[in-house]
Design a protein around this ligand. Structure first.
Ligand SMILES: [Zn+2]
Ligand SMILES: [Zn+2]
Length: 432
């Protein structure tokens, strides 16, 4: 709620950002923060439409694109902002995740979208703040209703070890114990990944084409060779996601004519020194050469003129937002969103509606889009006396088994009995 107030212009917002918001609305009639057809009928008893997005309460129109920021911050995550992650939802039913930075899996869970639908991830580069939550979505999503392998697209690197396939392979390897400990206990179909690695040097190359959606990749300039940016085109709408990059000519060329353009915009150099504690030398290098400074972000957007420019990758606080905004406005006067987590853009050919989402924090699993399958031989897993366990589960050693306390046997048998009676089906208690 606090975040919504800050962004829509309530108490606590920096003056510059408020002025910017008014300017954006006043100068560009195609960009609105309120829908004309939702002009509220004022009444003491009738509910009025609110300019807030409540996940899982609005249908997506056939020709509509909805983009939700699920991470807009920095490598050091904090409660207020996760790191890079943007969800794109299309009226044809497709959903795509662009980057999955640290902390963003929690944001995705707040949207209450069945995990079967969150199975396509495009990673722009392999810094932790752009794929640090991949493992959480892999494990948590698999457990909470994704009944198919996670599909991951990402670039090669200058060597195989610097590519996406290597990173994902090692991540899965890191989860060796986790996966071994789940096999045979739950529906295991989601605990797999398919990596689609593509050439980081490819220029505007198609890396995904299905169901009327075309996603292309082109090189970015950031840290070392490997990073890329993406465009997504569908139904006459074009979305661009920059991941991290120094301003580059590929972006100027391929992001042209886009509706929504997301490009990094780093913390202003004075704040890198005062807030992040960098030396001025490092601040200048990181803030202007490795990343895109706000003034440079403005230049990029002035060159490509999107229907909506979206700046992210800075801590959006009361005392940093105005700095970033004022510096962008030195070089760009078009439509602008300074992104914060849970900012939402509804895009059609006629309108771009910008709102903040108010989300549920105490979420459980959303409804499964496909039914879960029970584990094979559920009554024989784990404590089975059979040595050749007829399931994928691993068994405890005699040593560990020997430590289990039979004092709870009776109450647990009761739980099995209760389930059998409630569901009219016999569930056999695993004998030890
Ligand atoms: Zn980076
Ligand atoms: Zn980054």
């Amino acid at each position: 709620m606090r975040k919504m107030l800050m962004s829509i212009g309530g108490s606590g917002v920096a003056m510059g950002a408020v002025i910017g918001l008014y300017l954006a609305v006043a100068e560009v009639p195609l960009v609105s923060t309120a829908h004309a057809e939702e002009t509220p009928k004022v009444s003491p008893v009738l509910a009025r439409p609110r300019d807030t997005y409540y996940p899982n309460t609005e249908d997506l129109a056939k020709d509509e694109m909805r983009v939700i920021a699920c991470g807009t911050g920095m490598p050091t995550t904090r409660a207020a902002q996760a790191a890079a992650c943007f969800l794109v939802e299309l009226g044809n039913g497709d959903k795509f995740i662009f980057d999955i930075g640290s902390g963003s899996a929690e944001r995705l869970s707040s949207l209450q979208i069945p995990y079967d639908y969150l199975d396509k991830i495009f990673i722009g580069h392999l810094h932790g703040d752009h794929f640090g939550s991949l493992g959480e979505l892999f494990i948590g999503g698999g457990l909470m209703g994704r009944h198919k392998p996670l599909q991951i697209w990402g670039p090669t690197g200058p060597t195989p070890e610097l590519g996406t396939a290597y990173a994902v392979d090692k991540m899965v390897e890191m989860y060796t114990w986790d996966l071994a400990g789940r096999a045979g206990l739950v529906d295991f179909r989601g605990f797999k990944v398919d990596v689609h690695e593509f050439d980081y040097k490819a220029e505007n190359a198609v890396i995904y084409e299905e169901n009327g959606v075309t996603i292309r990749s082109f090189p970015a300039i950031h840290s070392i060779d490997g990073p890329v940016s993406f465009t997504l085109e569908w139904n006459g709408l074009k979305f661009v996601f920059g991941s991290d990059t120094y301003p580059n000519t590929w972006f100027l060329e391929y992001a042209k004519d886009a509706d929504l353009v997301i490009h990094e915009c780093f913390v202003a150099v004075p704040d890198i020194v005062s807030k992040l504690g960098f030396t001025p030398e490092s601040a200048l290098l990181v803030g202007t050469q490795i990343h895109t400074a706000p003034e440079a972000f403005g230049k990029v957007m002035s060159a490509i003129k999107p229907r909506m420019a979206i700046a992210y990758h800075f801590f959006k606080d009361w005392d940093t937002t105005a700095q970033v905004h004022d510096r962008i406005r030195k070089t760009y006067d078009g439509p602008l969103s300074l992104a914060d987590d849970f900012m939402v853009w509804n895009v059609t050919k006629d309108d771009i509606r910008v709102r903040m989402a108010v989300v549920e924090e105490e979420t459980w699993s959303p409804p499964a889009a496909s039914p879960a399958e029970p584990p094979k031989d559920a009554d024989k897993v784990q404590f089975s006396k059979d040595t050749g366990v007829p399931s994928d589960a691993m068994v405890y050693s005699d040593f560990i088994k020997g430590g289990s306390w039979d004092g709870v046997d009776e109450v647990l048998r009761g739980v099995y009995k209760e389930a059998s009676e409630a569901l009219g089906k016999e569930f056999k208690y695993p004998e030890k």
